[in-house]
Design a binder for this molecule. Structure first.
Ligand SMILES: CC[C@@H](C(=O)O)C(=O)SCCNC(=O)CCNC(=O)[C@H](O)C(C)(C)COP(=O)(O)OP(=O)(O)OC[C@H]1O[C@@H](n2cnc3c(N)ncnc32)[C@H](O)[C@@H]1OP(=O)(O)O
Ligand SMILES: [Co+2]
Length: 134
């Protein structure tokens, strides 16, 4: 089912500090900030030779990363995103095994303009998984 690692996401309490750390301290190429109100986050992507790192900052009142940042106030690794060829087939296969697909199971359009879904971290060893159809 799984293809490449599309990105590893890090929740940050202050996006400007996150950008400065990756661009100025680590010397990486960092994208412009994208605001995604339908996901409750602002994001940038750090471009690496083999994958990307996504920096996430809460956006709006009901951000899904707000509770995570309350528990991890200096930030932390939030999710890993795997590519899949057919997200609906992957969803149905996972649900049949009892894995919890978050939300109502309908893929949303993610930061790359592609359908995404999330799987509950408690079903995958404490790691929140994002699936992105490529
Ligand atoms: C930019 C768009 C897109 C992209 O294209 O890349 C994105 O990446 S959007 C990223 C943000 N969106 C999401 O995270 C959506 C999915 N997340 C959720 O639905 C919720 O955050 C959640 C995972 C269901 C957690 O909900 P929450 O209200 O925070 O519940 P709890 O705080 O009660 O958490 C329950 C339990 O799970 C642990 N937890 C929570 N988040 C994580 C995490 N990221 N990694 C590992 N574990 C996590 C939390 O600690 C609780 O555990 P216990 O304390 O042991 O009960
Ligand atoms: Co993501």
């Amino acid at each position: 089912m799984l293809g490449r690692v599309n990105h590893v996401a890090i929740a940050v309490p202050d996006m400007e500090k996150g950008i400065a750390a990756y661009r100025d301290t680590l010397g990486a190429t960092v994208s412009e900030v994208q605001k995604l109100p339908e996901h409750g986050v602002s994001v940038v992507f750090v471009e690496l030779p083999n994958t990307k790192v996504e920096l996430l900052e809460p956006l709006g009142e009901n951000s899904p990363i707000a509770a995570f940042l309350e528990k991890n106030p200096s930030g932390g690794m939030h999710h890993i995103c795997y590519e899949v060829e057919d997200i609906l087939a992957a969803r149905d296969q996972l649900k049949a095994t009892g894995a919890r697909v978050l939300g109502d199971g309908t893929p949303k359009i993610g930061a790359h303009g592609k359908p995404v879904l999330f799987l509950h971290p408690k079903d995958f060893f404490g790691t929140l998984i994002e699936l992105e159809q490529v």
